[in-house]
Write a protein that binds this ligand. Structure first.
Ligand code: PMP
Ligand code: GLN
Length: 406
C-alpha cells in the first residue's frame, strides 16, 4: 500500500452498511431518505430516459446549472470555465483538493468534519491541521449546534505560510451547525490575510431551519476569487443515489479541478444531469416560494428534527438540536449503565455503543469519532449521530425502540 494511503483503509460507511445488512436494525445511520423523492424529479428522469433525444444516453460535456447558482450568489457564472459537474460532491471535493494541494501544504479542517476530507488531503501529500468546534457551557438549556464555536485565536494561530486551504462545511455534517455571518467573516479575513483557498462544502445549503440563514462564503467581499463552493443534487433533490455534484468558483482555480476531472472521470452521467437540470429549472421559477421544494423540504424536516430531539431527551440522552442538515448529535453517556460496552472490541466507546445498540436493541446510529482526527477523538466518544430524513413511522418506531429499552 502506498504510504500516502495508510490509515484510510477503514470507512465507517462501508462498515456500518455491512452491519445494517447483517443485523437489520432500524437504520438511522447513513444519511439518505427512506421515502420517495419528489415526483417531478423522478418524472424528469423518465422523460429524459425515454424522450426523443437519444443522445442523452451518450457522453456529454459538463452540464451546467449556472442559471440557478447565479441567482443565488448574485453574480454571473461562465458555464464553460467557472462551474464543473462531478460524480457527487465527493468527486468535487476530490478534484478540488488534489487539484490544489501540493506535497507539504497545510490544510485546515474544522472538526467534526465529513470524514473523507482527511484522507483526500493526505492522498495529495498535504498535512491536515485540525481545529475542533468547542461547545460553550450550556448546562440548563437545550443545547443547539449554535453553541458550538471556533476559538478565534486558536483558528488564527493555525494559519501560516504553508497554509494552502481551509475546508469549511456549512451546514455542517454531523453537527448541523450553520455558520453565522460573523463567523464566516472571521474565516474570510484570515483567508485573505494569508492568501488561502477556501473550500466550502455546502451540500446541505437548502436544509436550514428558521431563523438561521445559509450564507455562501463566496459572496463575502474578496472571497469569490479564493473560494470553491461545492454542492450535491443528491441532497438538493433527495436522490443520494444519483451521485451528481458540482463545484463553482473563479476560472483560474477551476482549471485545476477540470484537469483532475478530465483525466480521472472525464464526464458525468448524461441523463442524470439532464434530469437535474429540469428540476433546477422548475425550482428557479418558484425560488423562495412556499411551494418550492427547498422551502418545503426544510419545513418537513424541521418537524422530524423536533420529534427526534424530544424522544432522545425523553429517554435520557442529550441531543444537540441542529440548525441545518438532517443529522442530530446526542450525548448517550447518561445511559451508559444500560449498555454492555465490554461486549464490543472497538477502541472508541461510541463505536462500541453504536454496535451494541445495532445488535441488541435494533437501532443504528453512526459513531462521531469517525468525524474527528485521532488526537481529538476523545471529544466525541460519548456522542452518537442519528439521521432524521426518515418516514414519520420509522422515527416513531425508533422512539418506541428506545422507550422499551429504557
Ligand atoms: N459533503 C458532505 C458534508 C456530505 O454529507 C456528503 C454526503 N455524502 C458529501 C459531501 C458527498 O455528497 P455526494 O453524495 O453528492 O457525493
Ligand atoms: N453524507 C452521508 C452521511 O453522512 C452519506 C455518506 C456516505 O455514505 N459516504 O451519512
Amino acid at each position: 500500500l502506498p504510504k500516502r494511503y495508510e490509515g484510510s483503509e477503514k470507512s465507517v460507511w462501508v462498515e456500518y452498511i455491512q452491519l445494517a445488512l447483517e443485523y437489520k436494525p432500524l437504520n438511522l445511520g447513513q444519511g439518505f431518505p427512506d421515502y420517495p423523492p419528489p415526483e417531478y424529479i423522478t418524472n424528469a428522469l423518465s422523460k429524459v430516459a425515454n424522450g426523443e433525444n437519444y443522445m442523452v444516453h451518450q457522453y456529454t460535456r459538463g452540464f451546467h446549472f449556472q442559471n440557478f447558482i447565479q441567482k443565488k450568489i448574485g453574480r454571473e457564472i461562465n458555464p464553460e470555465t467557472e462551474i464543473l459537474t462531478t460524480l457527487g460532491a465527493y468527486e468535487a471535493l476530490f478534484s478540488t483538493i488534489t487539484g490544489h494541494v501540493d506535497e507539504g501544504d497545510e490544510v485546515i479542517i474544522i472538526e467534526p468534519f465529513f470524514d473523507c476530507y482527511e484522507p483526500m488531503v493526505r492522498y495529495a501529500g498535504g498535512i491536515p491541521r485540525f481545529i475542533p468546534l468547542r461547545s460553550k457551557d450550556v448546562s440548563n438549556s437545550r443545547p443547539s449546534s449554535a453553541d458550538w464555536v471556533l476559538d478565534k485565536d486558536e483558528l488564527a494561530g493555525l494559519f501560516n505560510n504553508k497554509t494552502k486551504a481551509i475546508i469549511l462545511n456549512t451546514p455542517n455534517n454531523p453537527l448541523g451547525k450553520v455558520f453565522t455571518e460573523q463567523e464566516l467573516i472571521h474565516i474570510a479575513d484570515l483567508c485573505k490575510k494569508w492568501n488561502v483557498l477556501c473550500i466550502s462544502d455546502e451540500v446541505y445549503e437548502w436544509i436550514v431551519y428558521k431563523p438561521n440563514k445559509h450564507i455562501r462564503i463566496a459572496t463575502l467581499p474578496g472571497m469569490w476569487e479564493r473560494t470553491i463552493t461545492i454542492g450535491s443534487a443528491g441532497k438538493t433533490f433527495s436522490v443520494t443515489g444519483w451521485k451528481l455534484g458540482w463545484a463553482y468558483g473563479p476560472a483560474n482555480l477551476m482549471v485545476n479541478l477540470q484537469m483532475i476531472h478530465q483525466n480521472s472521470v472525464y464526464t458525468g452521467v448524461t441523463p442524470i444531469q439532464e434530469a437535474a437540470a429540469i428540476g433546477f429549472e422548475k425550482e428557479l421559477k418558484r425560488l423562495d416560494d412556499d411551494e418550492s421544494y427547498f422551502v418545503s423540504l426544510a419545513r418537513e424536516l424541521e418537524s422530524k428534527r423536533n420529534f427526534m430531539a424530544n424522544f432522545l431527551s425523553d429517554v435520557g440522552m442529550k441531543p444537540i438540536v441542529p440548525e441545518g442538515g438532517y443529522f442530530m448529535i446526542a450525548d448517550w453517556s447518561p445511559l451508559e449503565s444500560k449498555v454492555d460496552l465490554n461486549s464490543e472490541k472497538d477502541k472508541y466507546k461510541d463505536y462500541r455503543f453504536t454496535k451494541w445498540m445495532t445488535k441488541n436493541i435494533g437501532l443504528q446510529g453512526i459513531p462521531p469519532t469517525a468525524f474527528y482526527s485521532k488526537p481529538n477523538k476523545s471529544l466525541a466518544e460519548n456522542l452518537v449521530r442519528y439521521c432524521f430524513i426518515k418516514k414519520d413511522q420509522n422515527l416513531e418506531e425508533a422512539a418506541s425502540i428506545l422507550r422499551k429499552w429504557k
